[in-house]
Design a protein. Structure first.
Length: 248
């Protein structure tokens, strides 16, 4: 496998571990993929060494086509049951380079209790505020997305949005790169945590006035994605030191 693919495998494995570290995935559920070309993707699979998303190694990231087939599985790796979420998005949205599917409890609870995401904070987390401002599409079915026709329903509702709430299930997040998509998924989780906490307090928070929204700058992708990503990788490294080497 060439160097570029190896780098991507490492990055996808890091993304999986970061999502687990940040509480977006628990146990063995959740996956990250990257488009490699017009037919193939690298995706987090399960092998005989499977111990959960928090402990994802590069080895679990395999190259398959958009229907989940490929010699890279070598009969030892199983693609995710919800692979069509990834494959069908790559088939229908050429601008997407990375897909994350996760089950964050924060978003789950907001979804099933039908809490509305509103721009209730500003400089605290501007990308998350903009997510709420833009509106988050909701796929209303709680099914396991194991077939292309089910993925197609979700993709239609998602449109060209980069986030989708799957009611009673989880989230699907898209982006151009692993860095951008990972940070976006975490921001979605933060928006849900704040929304949930306000509701839990029995309060309602006012929507930001338009003049405050207009004041908020777009800090650009280096600030929002690259530095954010580097922070989570660094945090992961220090977090990982507390884990036994045997876990890997
Ligand atoms: Zn799922």
């Amino acid at each position: 496998m060439d160097e570029q693919l190896q780098e991507l495998r490492t990055k996808i494995a890091q993304s999986c571990r970061i999502l687990a570290m940040e509480g977006l995935v628990e146990g063995i559920l959740g996956h990250v993929s990257v488009r490699v070309n017009e037919k193939e993707m690298l995706i987090r699979c399960r092998g005989d060494q499977e111990t959960g998303v928090r402990y994802t190694t590069d080895d679990a990231i395999r190259l398959v086509d958009f229907d989940g087939k490929g010699v890279d599985l070598v009969g030892r790796y199983e693609v995710p049951k919800e692979l069509p979420i990834h494959g069908e998005i790559y088939k229908s949205r050429p601008e997407v380079g990375c897909v994350i599917h996760a089950h964050p409890p924060s978003v789950l609870i907001c979804g099933i209790s039908e809490l509305e995401f509103k721009p209730i904070f500003g400089a605290f987390n501007m990308p998350a505020m903009r997510m709420a401002l833009q509106g988050i599409p909701v796929y209303p079915r709680s099914v396991l997305v194991t077939r292309p026709d089910l993925a197609a329903q979700m993709i239609e509702i998602m449109g060209d949005n980069n986030v989708c709430l799957m009611k009673g299930h989880g989230i699907t997040v898209t982006g151009k790169t692993v860095e951008e998509t990972t940070v976006r998924a975490i921001n979605f989780h933060i928006l849900a945590q704040v929304t949930l906490e306000v509701a839990r307090l029995g309060k309602s928070a006012a929507t930001l006035p338009p003049e405050d929204i207009a004041e908020l700058p777009d800090l650009g992708s280096t600030f929002n994605d690259i530095w954010g990503w580097k922070h989570y990788v660094r945090k992961l490294e220090s977090d990982d030191r507390t884990l036994s080497f045997a876990d890997y």
